[in-house]
Write a protein that binds this ligand. Sequence first.
Ligand SMILES: NC(=O)c1ccc[n+]([C@@H]2O[C@H](COP(=O)([O-])OP(=O)(O)OC[C@H]3O[C@@H](n4cnc5c(N)ncnc54)[C@H](O)[C@@H]3O)[C@@H](O)[C@H]2O)c1
Ligand SMILES: [Fe+2]
Length: 383
Amino acid sequence: MVYRMIFNQTAYFGRGAIKEIPKEAKSRGFKKAFIVSDPVLVKNGTVKKVTDVLDEAQIPYEIFDDVQPNPPVENIQHGVEEFKKSGADFLIGLGGGSPQDTCKGIGIVVANPEFSDVLSLEGVADTKHPSVPIFGVPTTAGTASETTINYVITDTAHKRKFVAVDPHDIPLVAFVDPDLTDGMPRGLKVATGLDALTHAIESVITPGAWSLSDALSMQTIRMIAKNLAKSVEGDKEAGEQMAYASYITGMSYSNVGLGLVHGMAHPLGGRLGVAHGVANGILLAPVMEYNKDYSGEKYRDIADAFEIPDAYTGDLEHVREEAVQAVAKLTRDLGNPTKISEVGATEADLKPLAHDAFVDVCTPGNPRKPTEEEIYELYSSLM
Ligand SMILES: NC(=O)c1ccc[n+]([C@@H]2O[C@H](COP(=O)([O-])OP(=O)(O)OC[C@H]3O[C@@H](n4cnc5c(N)ncnc54)[C@H](O)[C@@H]3O)[C@@H](O)[C@H]2O)c1
Ligand SMILES: [Fe+2]
C-alpha cells in the first residue's frame, strides 16, 4: 500500500497570522491580489482586517464579494471574468468554505479554461495546470478548505452539490488566524464545529485511514470534545483551539477521504439549502450507529476522546454504543437539529435525496457499503 499526502507549502497559526500575508506574497513575487469573499464578511469588517494589512504593505488588490453560501457554478464563472479584468496574479480565499471553494474554482478555471463550464470539474478532473496561486484565510472553523484538495459547488439547474477533488487546487499558503473566527455567531460555531467533528470521525473510520491520518484526526476529536461547547459559549481560548482542530483534521480527511455522513449531507445542501455543518450534525450519530459493526476498534479511541472511562476495557459492543451516544449528546446539547424534517425535508424529498447520496463522491469512502434503499431508510428514520 502506498499513501499519498498533500499539504500546503506553508501555514501560519495564531492571532495575528494574517500579518504574514505581505511577506509571503512578496517572497513569491506576487504583485496584486484578487480577494474572494462574501457580503457578510465585507459588512462585519472581516475583509477590512485583511485589506488593512495589504494597504500597509502597499500591495494592490481587488475584492470580489459576490459569493453565496452553498456557492453555485455561476459564482465561479462570474469570478473568472472579474479576475481576468483585474490584472491580479494571486488569489486570497477569505471566508468560510463557500468563498474559499469559489476561490479554488476560479483559480482552476483561469488556469484550465477548457473547464469553464465548471460542471466538468466534478469528481477527479484531469486538469493539467495548477490553480492561480491561492492564499487560504478561513473565517469559520469547520471546512478546512484552506488545506484541502477539494471544493464543493452547487449545480443550480439540477439542485445538487458536487465535489471536485483536485490536487491542483490546494492553497499554497494558509493563514489560520483565530481573530477572524472569534466573531462567528453561535449557530455558525455549532454548525462548522460539527462539520469539523464529522471530518475527524469519518476520516478515522474510512478504509483509507492510516497512522498519519489517525494521528491528526484522533487529536482533532479530542480537541473538539474538549473545546466545541466552550467555544460556542464564547470562550476565546476554546475558539482558538477549534480553529486549529478544523485545520488539523483537514490535513487528514483531504487525503484519506470521508464517508456516508458527507454523502448524505450534500443532497440536503443541494436540494434544500441546509447549511453544510447543520446537515452533518443531524446525520453524524445515526450514521455512526449504522457503521458500528464496520469500525473495528476505532470507536474505542473515539469513546476515549470523549473521556468515557471504560473505553479500552469495556465490552466492544457497549463501548461502540457509548461513542455514538457521546456524539449524539454533544449534538443535542449544542442545539443542532436532530431530524431532517426540522430543516424542511418532506416525504417527497426522500427518494431524490437517497439517489443523490448514493452517487455522491464521498459515499464510497464509507466503511459499510450502503445500498440506495438503506440510504433511503436512514433518511426516513430522521423524519
Ligand atoms: N473545500 C472543502 O474541503 C469543504 C469541506 C467541507 C465543506 N465544504 C463546503 O463549504 C461550505 C460551507 O462553508 P462554511 O460552513 O464555512 O460556511 P459558509 O462559507 O457557507 O458561510 C456561512 C455564512 O456564515 C458567514 N460567516 C463566515 N464567517 C463568518 C464570521 N467569522 N463571522 C460572521 N459570519 C461569518 C458567511 O458570510 C455566510 O453567510 C459548503 O458549501 C460546504 O459544502 C467544503
Ligand atoms: Fe464537511
